[in-house]
Design a protein around this ligand. Structure first.
Ligand code: IPE
Ligand code: IPE
Ligand code: MG
Length: 241
């Protein structure tokens, strides 16, 4: 695809991706699932640079759900080791892309050293503003809403929140994504047609794109196909044009 062609396309401001299919990709190659996660993680680094270079401002990826703890101990441990290394490498990428990193989800269930890496990464990238990269780690849309509602109840009790109706605007301030615009385009790789508890509130008016391509094979051309499709969509927000 030529650069000229790319320039003619309207880019979504915020892309959210469910990085799915690592396990099946590995199985097809008679390799353990963990190998699929390693290749998937390398691909995330590559795609993040590509997306940054395209000028897309916000990227949010689903890396580990609140339900993924149900996987085998071996797979969960492999994933945690991968996050451990990845979060350390991320600092270099953040500098390259001038991107602010935010981890969304509940970090409290993660090992202490991973929580510390998250703190360091968020703190040291807080002044970058060319791109905003959200990584969903131990994230669940329902869990995020439960945590938000709990905090709202606390703040209402202590008088921090004025009495009266909790509007959408107020509610959003309590979500992990506070301050980040809703995704314009949600991509899920590897054929499944569901949200699996991803950004339940935020995806209310996003355009969806599903592809059979598994995450480790998802590349710039596949992304361009998604953006092309997005360009053909008649975006509406309940209005009639
Ligand atoms: C996505 O790939 C990565 C995580 C959920 C951590 P999967 O591990 O879900 O791969 P499949 O869907 O089993 O192929
Ligand atoms: C969703 O994928 C979570 C991530 C990609 C991190 P899953 O593979 O866990 O979702 P289900 O089980 O197919 O719904
Ligand atoms: Mg999956």
């Amino acid at each position: 695809m030529s650069e000229q062609y790319t320039e003619d396309l309207k880019l979504p401001q915020h892309i959210a991706i469910i990085l799915d299919g690592n396990g099946r990709w590995a199985k097809k190659r008679k390799m353990p699932r963990g190998y699929g996660h390693i290749v998937g993680c390398d691909n995330l680094e590559k795609m993040c640079d590509i997306i940054a270079d395209m000028g897309i401002k916000y990227l949010t990826v689903y890396a580990f759900s609140t339900e993924n703890w149900k996987r085998s101990e071996e797979e969960v441990k492999g994933l945690m080791d991968l996050f451990r290394k990845y979060l350390k490498r991320c600092l270099k990428k953040a500098k390259r892309n001038q991107m602010r990193i935010r981890i969304i989800g509940d970090p409290s269930a993660l090992d202490a050293d991973i929580q510390e890496s998250i703190r360091v990464l968020e703190e040291s990238t807080k002044d970058y503003d060319r791109m905003f990269f959200q990584i969903a780690l131990n994230y669940g849309g329902r869990d995020e809403i439960e945590r938000a509602v709990t905090k709202i109840a606390e703040d209402a009790r202590s008088g921090k929140l004025p009495e009266g109706r909790i509007t959408g605007e107020v509610f959003e301030q309590y979500l992990d994504t506070a301050g980040i615009p809703d995704p314009d385009l949600m991509i899920r790789t590897s054929g499944e047609l569901r949200l699996s508890n991803f950004l339940l509130w935020q995806l209310a008016y996003s355009e969806f794109y599903f592809t059979d391509v598994p995450w480790p094979d998802f590349n710039r051309d596949e992304l361009m196909k998604a953006i092309e499709k997005y360009n053909g969509r008649d975006r509406r927000f309940g209005d009639a044009k």
